[in-house]
Design a protein around this ligand. Structure first.
Ligand code: KG4
Length: 328
């Protein structure tokens, strides 16, 4: 069978990334130009600044991705940009660039949902991983339990009713003075603390999540008692949110009978969460998690998802628009 090469383009938030992936599983290049140092001083991503920086970076990053993959544009089978969810101005940069490239080299345009991309990071990490499985999707903008029935077929079993888990990590970090992006900083500091502070958990009958209560509890505790040990607070926050994740995943296993759990999204880089999920393997549950460098936003995962969309016959035309709240 002929090899298929997809060119992924990712610009949904603060990373401009372009990648070439072979047959959905093998990275030939994955260039990531992060804007974190630019947004750090504002304590979070400033959408307008993100769009402007994508514009400056996109052409250079694409050129580098093609050079590093040692491939010619004629050999690319499809251009696969993220078209949502994400920041609209940021998405439009990558999407418009992808359209222009698709038109210029006369190759199909195949849009990718960013969440599908995060799930697909696992297909690159594990060459043998195949659906069906349950995905615990945890990123800066999303927290969902997804029944991945096939490469392009999904059912949402549970979702957050307020903050995404990454958002809660980032808020907690900001309040205790760790800065942006908070997740990795909470992860690091929590290792020095002990999880000895009781924090509230919100439960629902179904598999939905709520992280605003615990986030507010941490904020109030810190403001009322500034002397509370920050490392203990981070460790307690991490432990409590992990318990919430695992309680809901256990419900999903019970409902579906599927014992293959796949982590995805930026928060799946968290060392405590990774360890606690790995512990589930003792209960005969198989756990998969992306390579650390593929957890956060990158175009290789988008090119992988783009491959599965392409071989399933998905084709988009020049009307494809950026959809900030695109659903799976
Ligand atoms: O998936 P991602 O790169 O962007 C979205 O698609 O949203 O996720 C970014 C989120 C941020 O909230 C960041 O703080 C969090 O992932 N994150 C972490 C860690 N690394 C990144 N959260 C907890 N622990 C980490 N080690």
């Amino acid at each position: 069978m002929k090899d298929i090469y997809t060119l992924g383009i990712e610009s949904s938030c603060d990373e401009t990334s372009v990648a070439v992936v072979k047959n959905g599983r093998e990275i030939l290049s994955n260039i990531i130009d992060t804007q974190i140092p630019i947004h750090e001083k504002y304590g979070g991503v400033v959408p307008e600044i993100a769009s402007r920086n994508h514009i400056e970076a996109i052409s250079r990053v694409t050129k580098k991705a093609i050079e590093e993959a040692k491939i010619s544009l004629e050999e690319i089978d499809a251009i696969t940009p993220t078209y949502g969810p994400g920041l609209v101005g940021a998405l439009l940069v990558g999407l418009s660039y992808a359209k222009a490239l698709s038109f210029a080299i006369n190759k199909p345009l195949v849009g990718v949902n960013h969440i599908q991309g995060h799930i697909s990071a696992n297909y690159i990490t594990y060459k043998d991983l195949k659906p069906p499985f349950i995905c615990m999707m945890m990123s800066g903008g999303n927290t969902q339990i997804i029944h991945v029935k096939d490469y392009t077929e999904f059912e949402i079993l549970g979702k957050t009713r307020d903050d995404a888990i990454g958002e809660a990590f980032d808020k907690v970090a900001r309040v205790v003075g760790l800065g942006y992006p908070g997740g990795p900083k909470v992860d690091k500091l929590a290792k020095e603390g002990s999880a000895n502070i009781k924090l509230p958990k919100t439960h629902f009958e179904n598999m939905d999540f709520s992280f605003s209560g615990i986030k507010t509890a941490v904020i109030n505790l810190h403001h009322k008692n500034p002397e509370v040990n920050k490392a203990d607070l981070c460790a307690s926050f991490e432990k409590t949110v992990t318990e919430i994740l695992i309680e809901n995943i256990e419900k999903a296993i019970k409902l579906t009978g599927i014992k293959t759990i796949v982590l995805a999204g930026g928060v799946s880089a968290n060392s405590y969460i990774r360890k606690k999920f790995m512990d589930l393997e003792k209960e005969n549950i198989k756990i998969y998690m992306p390579d650390l460098k593929l957890c956060t936003d990158n175009a290789a995962m988008i090119a992988s998802a783009g491959y599965y969309n392409y071989i399933n016959g998905k084709r988009d035309n020049m009307n494809l628009n950026a959809i900030p709240n695109l659903k799976l």
